[in-house]
Each structure stands twice: as C-alpha cells, then as structure tokens.
Design a protein around this ligand. Sequence first.
Ligand code: PLP
Length: 364
Amino acid sequence: MTAVWELANPQLRDLAVYEPSKPIAETARDLDVPPGAIVKLASNENPLGPSPKAIAAMRGALENAHLYPEGGGLYLRTALADRLGLEAENIILGNGSNEVIEFLGHAFLNRGADVVTSAHAFICYKLVATLFGACTIEGSAPDFQPDLDGILEAITPKTRLIFIANPNNPTGSFLTEDKIDKFMARVPENIITVFDEAYFELLEDPPDMLRYVREGRKVVVLRTFSKVHGLASLRVGYGIAAGNLIEVLQKTRQPFNVNGLAQAGALAALRDEDHQRKTKAVVDAGRAYLQEQFAAMDLCFVPAAANFVMVNVRDGAAVFRKLLAEKIIVRPLAGYNLPEWVRISVGTLEENQKCVAALKKVLT
Ligand SMILES: *Cc1c(COP(=O)(O)O)cnc(C)c1O
C-alpha cells in the first residue's frame, strides 16, 4: 500500500507543527481548580481584555452572522489607511497577521527559494518557508540582538524574503530606526523585506517603517489586533505595503478570509484610543516591575520593549512545569533553541505579583 506520506508534498515531512501555549482550560482541569484560578502569562495577550467598544460592536454584528462579511474588508482597510496616512490599496487584511505571512509564501516562495531571518526569530517565518519548500537561513544574534550585517551576509541569489520582527518574539530584542536605515540602504533591490510590528502600539520610540512603503520600496509591514487591541481570539491582522505589492498579495487571499465579527470588533477597537492608552500604561508599569524583580533575583533577562520579558531560569522546561503547579502558565523556549529561558508576558499588577512570588518559590 502507498503510504500517505509518500503522496504528501515532501517538505511537509520536515515541518514541525506550531506548538501553542498550554491553554487555561486544560491547565485548570489538570490541577482540578476553576479556570479563574489560573494566571496565563504565556501568549503576550492583553491583560485588560478586549476593548469594551469592540465587544459592543461584535454583539451588534452577531445579528448579521447569516450574511457573508465584507469580502476584502474595505471599511476596516479604509479606517486603517486614514490613521496611517495611506490608501486602502496599501493594506491587506489577514486572519491574524500570521495569514499575511502565508500570503507572502504563496506569492514569493517556491521549492529552492531562500528566506533569511535572524537566529531565535519568531517561528512562523520558518514554518511558512518550509510549507512552501523554501529554506530558512538564520543570521546570528549575539546577545539576542539580531545582527543586521549578518542578515545581509546570509543573503543568497535565491533569497526572496527577509523577515525581521521588531521587537522580536520571543527574545524581545528591539532595533532602532538608524540601524534599520543603514540595513535598508544595503538590501538588494530584488528582495522583499518584511518588518513584523505586532507590538508597534506598545513601543516608546517606534521606528517609522511606513516611510519605506511611501517611497515604494519592497517592504511589507505587519501589524495585528491581537496585542494592544486585545482581540487575539478573533484572528485579525494586516499587511501594509506599496499598492503594487498588495495587489500581488490580494491574489493569494481566499474570499471572506476575515470574518464579520472580527471586522466589526477591529473597527471599534481601532477607534477606542482610551483602551489602547490604558493597555500601554499597564504594560509599561508591569514590564518595569517584572524587570526590577528579575534584577533583584539576579536573573539574567533581555531588556524588553513590548509586553513580554525573556528571562534565564537555567532550566526553562523544569521552571515551566513547576510554575504550572503554582497555577501560572509561562512559555518555555526549547523550541526556539533557548532551553535555559522562559518568556513571561506582562499581566495585570496582581498577575505579575503572583508570578514573581511563584517564581521565587520554584527557584529556591
Ligand atoms: C503575536 C505576534 C504576532 C501576531 O500574530 P496574529 O496572527 O496577528 O495573532 C505576529 N508576529 C509576532 C512576532 C508576534 O509576536
């Protein structure tokens, strides 16, 4: 009999399945406690929840759940474009920004193509590259700071895409605009550079990558409603690029890829600046608290710019397990080749305090 694996595309054999963080419900069941007793600081979600205005808008949109949504999300794209000083033609919506990464694969990758990124980069770039039969080349990242010269040196004649997450998840490393400008001056003209800015709204001094879009450079900027807007469950993100690049990506998109509730929620969340401000304030205070505490505990961490901190606990898998028993979910990073580290998301003040207390307990 022919094995199904023999029929499947060969690159799928090498494809590791993305491992999401341990869910609250499963942890609560394992520990036999109510879900409300679990503190999840594992997926960089918004500790304040969704914008209340987004919840109200989604309730309204439920009434129209029998109708197909706006196919290309024109209202939401127009609202985003207004904010960014661009046109709707500069924006494509995805079922999460992760789907836009897949669009890039459909549009530009093939067997034999290369993708360049840095060591410990967000894992989805490699997953999508593998899915399309492309190879991923990783530049070095000494001290977890991506070496942009190393990325330039890693470029091959077959390189189609460069992925840079800024800040990078899980390391938290952040690249300043002047470093990126020097890099962009040297990127070959025939390569598309993708800047993943999932945490853009939380940054103190965000670099202006949209300038490259306006200049018509081959740059795609990714952003999302999963983080500052607190809508991770809805799956809505977007890519920003020059019109000719978005036109190519639009060909790869299934109709109705972003559902109607997500479009309504995102549109309302975008207008809820109060919720965005409150979120940033909680994240700023929580990040400072966690870093202070880690320093006081003599733990090595990468100074963070967004809503998560990567901290060295010697044995990430063991500390992850011990924290679970304390009803705290964090992210172990062995899958990123960082076995000594865990990534801890910034929560509410109370959640951060519980996490630090549990960490002190399990480390002694
Ligand atoms: C969280 C995150 C995203 C968001 O992905 P969505 O599919 O929009 O939820 C994208 N990139 C990075 C680097 C992230 O950390």
